[in-house]
Ligand binder design. Sequence first.
Ligand code: HEM
Length: 366
Amino acid sequence: MESFRKLLLFNLSSGEKRVWQEENLFHYCYNIVFRAGYLALYGTESPRGAGNKEKAEEQDRLHSNQLFQEFRKYDRLFPRLAFSLLPPKDKREAERLKRHFWNILSVKKVWQKDNISGWISDQDQLLAENGVPEYMRNRFMFMLLWASQGNTGPTAFWLLLYLLKHPEALQAVRDEVDKVLRESGQEVKAGSPPVTVTRDMLNQSTLLDSALEETLRLVAAPVLVRAVLEDTCLRTSSGTELTLRKGDRVALFPHISVQMNPEIHEEPHKFKYDRFVNPDGTRKDFYRNGKKLKFVNMPWGAGVSTCPGRFFATAEMKLFVFLMLSHFDLELVDEEEEIPAIDISRWGFGTMQPVRDIQFRYRPRF
Ligand code: HEM
């Protein structure tokens, strides 16, 4: 909440006029969510070091923005880097970027920050206690940045875009957000103190939750790789038997087998914001051939290596959209513009990205 206040709401309290501002939606969402997540996990500038609180906040804004620009360069190269398809010039650039991050996120620099999250500090301490050399701990820091910040921004983009393209969904989710705020005794008004959105309030936002899950169903497409440790026979629900040999590697792609499966999800290509929620706010159950299904959406993977950041990610993305809807009027610059296609070169790497950006505008609601 503190990071979003610093990045998203700080202009509002200084009496920003109700004028429309235009931005590219993908860039805007990725930028804000990346920076908020980074500051929340890796810590913030100390006011003592910077001179005072305002200067420290300004440095956080500048530094996190620079980090984002470099991260995007690496992010763009990543699929071809992973498939060893980069030409020599891009390969050199990827190498430069990697070294840049190892330096910026080095444990020496990170430990100078205030408010480092327990998630980061505990993991680093564990590595240090187990004798892992410092240069490897620096690399691990970058790995964690990649895992924690590569998917939340793009997912937040798709969620806002789907809402903007489905006015009835936007209205329903905004009404819910306004109601949850009202019931917490708070109000977004020009000149009033900034609101605080708690975990409880996010839990009460069940339509927003369903809209996020629906977005993840449509755009999260990770490949899950598993090593087969012993000879195994898998029986599918249709009765087919699959023999897996010890030493094999299995790649699962639940985006097609589960998330876009018309036997599980009616009209799987459609965005239905309330697909995952009953009218009373409880979570919907899904059935096939009369049997209740356990796996109906797998954006976070499954089993021992299920994404450990899923609760943080969900709270972060919901909070971002909650704040955007409660504080700003939003619209696409061209309401008729089609939703951009997904960039298929990123299949398997988590949340998909669009092939092009799309312009939107926003202004303070009050
Ligand atoms: C929309 C956001 C996110 C999505 C869709 C996502 C998805 C995933 C997936 C599919 C995996 C692999 C799971 C498997 O192999 O079964 C994974 C692993 C991981 N995720 Fe996330 N993630 C997201 C956000 C985050 C965040 C915010 C963090 C940290 C705060 C995080 C930390 C990690 C880590 C450390 C792993 C490696 C786990 C391991 O190998 O044991 N993720 N994530």
